[in-house]
Design a protein around this ligand. Structure first.
Ligand SMILES: Cc1cc2nc3c(=O)[nH]c(=O)nc-3n(C[C@H](O)[C@H](O)[C@H](O)COP(=O)(O)O)c2cc1C
Length: 559
């Protein structure tokens, strides 16, 4: 086996939680020593963005058909809104003397390892260059000034992760959570862009090295040792073109189609970078750079070298990516009448659920599942065939027997999943509208709570689920696909979070579960399939002890 693939698989196996032991993490936590959630670069020009909190007209339900949403002009106000709705603050919470911020994008442990950068190639709203977004202040720090406008006047967003921020609390398993968070951030960006009538296009062929050079992450002297950022994703935001229109109504369509060069990708040894990326890197390299990252304050009591090892093994080279996209299909209609901006800003994780809730309406449950199929507008930015499938523990859904269900996210996966799971699962289709299959009937609340590190959020909800990846086959192709599997999970998770809010309930991501016990319950053997993320949805119980404050009230205080 290729050494890098072996390193990634070893990392994955070693960071499994089990009933007998949790993955290796710090033995003690000094909360005073928590890493700063907000990165600042000292020595940069700061560009204050227009006051956050503006409402836009599109309803959340309109995002199913993004081509019907008028594209907003590329102005500083709208770029500010994009950043706020994707990565900005959504509220402050306070309990006694403790006060903490929540953001539009969720994060495991609220540690927020993801950093966001904006690259302007030359338009009126901001001078061409690279900017770091500071969600706390809703401002941009200019890291690089390009000497010239590039021909293409575009907007790009880059994402990176400070692994150590997450490892401070979660130790070795933290690298997985950083990848989930990247997927969530990508999802948050997609919803924010769609609300503005814009779309997100992944620059998937870029190497990590290229992204690092572009965002200035390779400037090691600008970062304190062990607080460096790792490049993840580069996206182009299309601000004046809609997403590809849906099929004319009534036209028969295959559920998934493969366009272009097929579904694999090829590592490109001598593949030329697109001219556009070349120009950007050249502009970054010849530009003037400013600032140094402030220390994240904490001392580094624990060391997790395995995270550095897996990060190196899963580094992505330049690749030639296929032009693949699922064909959009009509989606079960959302009953939500709220605006998209309201849903995005009200998203929270439920801390507790009402275990006595009346069953969730079946139509809402089906809509929620339909929304994570790759044939929806939300997944049009994901240019690869789906590799993640859902196994759902239904506790309280109208008209459905409690028990275990499956939602293969592609028809191709159905026979493989059937063959790999327990022989006595019945795999009976239960809906004409979505590929949902009944596997087994029974009350699984106690089991699921135990499997989810004994967390009641998995059992007091309407349903909880495991996201099962086509793991072995993906990794056999390339080690860095490990990260992409987690990103796909995060993207699904972000959709579930927002759809839950739209259905009047609430979701919570679950990163803590006993990996191999889940596999055993489902019948999976070996590493062909692995459960990479869990999620739960139900009626939240508010913690009345917590006070809530507006997201950006502190900016007014400063004024
Ligand atoms: C990848 C991931 C894993 C998470 N795992 C858990 C979990 O196991 N248990 C839990 O109670 N919350 C979990 N959460 C929820 C976070 O704690 C929550 O997102 C964070 O506190 C921020 O709060 P917010 O989502 O309300 O903004 C997870 C969130 C993410 C994104």
């Amino acid at each position: 086996m290729n050494k890098q693939i072996e390193t990634v698989i070893n990392y994955h196996n070693r960071t499994k939680h089990s009933l007998e032991r949790y993955a290796k993490g710090p033995e003690t936590l000094d909360w005073e020593d928590q890493p700063d959630q907000f990165r600042h670069f000292s020595g940069c020009e700061i560009i204050t963005l227009p006051t956050p909190g503006a409402e836009l007209e599109p309803l959340f339900a309109d995002l199913d058909k993004p081509e019907t949403i008028p594209a907003q002009p590329l102005t500083r106000i709208n770029v500010g809104l994009l950043l706020e709705l994707a990565f900005g603050l959504s509220a402050w919470k306070q309990f006694g003397p403790s006060r903490w911020a929540l953001r539009c994008n969720p994060s495991s442990g609220n540690l927020h390892p993801t950093e966001a950068y904006l690259i302007s190639t030359g338009a009126d709203y901001i001078a061409p260059g690279v900017y770091h977004y500071v969600s706390h202040d809703h401002s941009l720090e200019q890291r690089c000034r390009f000497s010239d406008n590039l021909i293409d006047s575009d907007l790009l967003i880059g994402l990176s992760s400070v692994h150590w921020r997450e490892a401070w609390k979660y130790g070795e398993r933290a690298y997985r959570y950083c990848q989930h968070d990247t997927g969530h951030a990508l999802g948050a960006l997609r919803y924010a862009a769609a609300t503005l009538g814009w779309s997100v296009e992944l620059q998937a062929d870029c190497s990590d090295e290229d992204i690092a050079r572009l965002l200035g992450l390779d400037r090691t002297d600008d970062f304190k040792k062990r607080e460096q950022e790792y490049p993840d994703i580069l996206c182009r935001i299309n601000t004046n073109c809609g997403i590809s229109p849906p099929l004319p109504s009534g036209e028969a369509c295959p559920e998934l189609s493969r366009r272009g060069r097929g579904e694999g990708f090829q590592k490109s040894t001598n593949h030329e970078r697109p001219q556009y990326i070349k120009d950007l890197i050249e502009a970054a390299q010849s530009g003037a750079w400013f600032g140094k990252a402030d220390s994240l304050r904490a001392y580094h009591l624990y060391n997790w070298p395995i995270i550095d090892e897996v990060a190196i093994a899963a580094t992505k080279p330049q690749t030639e990516e296929p032009a693949w996209q699922a064909v959009r299909q009509p989606l079960l209609t959302s009953r939500c009448t709220k605006t998209a901006t309201a849903i995005i800003r009200q998203r929270r994780s439920a801390q507790q659920f009402d275990g006595k809730m009346s069953p969730m309406p079946q139509a809402d449950f089906y809509r929620l599942l339909a929304a994570v199929l790759p044939t929806t507008a939300a997944f049009e930015l994901w240019p690869w065939p789906p590799k993640i499938h859902l196994f759902i523990f239904v506790h309280r859904v109208d008209g459905l027997a409690p028990g275990l269900y499956a939602l293969p996210r592609s028809p191709d996966a159905l026979p493989t999943l059937q063959a790999a799971t327990l022989a006595d699962f019945d795999w009976q289709p239960v809906s004409d509208d979505i590929p949902l299959y009944h596997l087994d009937t029974g009350d699984c609340r106690v089991v699921v709570k135990t499997l989810s590190c004994h967390q009641p959020i998995a059992s007091d909800s309407a349903f909880s689920l495991g996201m099962v990846a086509e793991f072995g086959a993906s990794l056999a192709v390339a080690p860095w696909l490990y990260r992409r599997l987690f990103w796909e999970c995060g993207l699904i998770g972000q959709t579930l979070y927002l759809e839950a809010e739209a259905a009047g309930v609430r979701g919570t991501g679950i990163g803590c579960y006993f990996d191999d016990s889940v596999h055993e319950l489902l019948g999976f053997k070996g590493n062909q399939f692995q459960s990479l993320y869990h999620f739960t949805v139900g009626k939240p119980l508010e913690d009345k002890r917590l006070e809530t404050f507006p997201a950006y009230g502190h900016l007014n205080d400063i004024d």
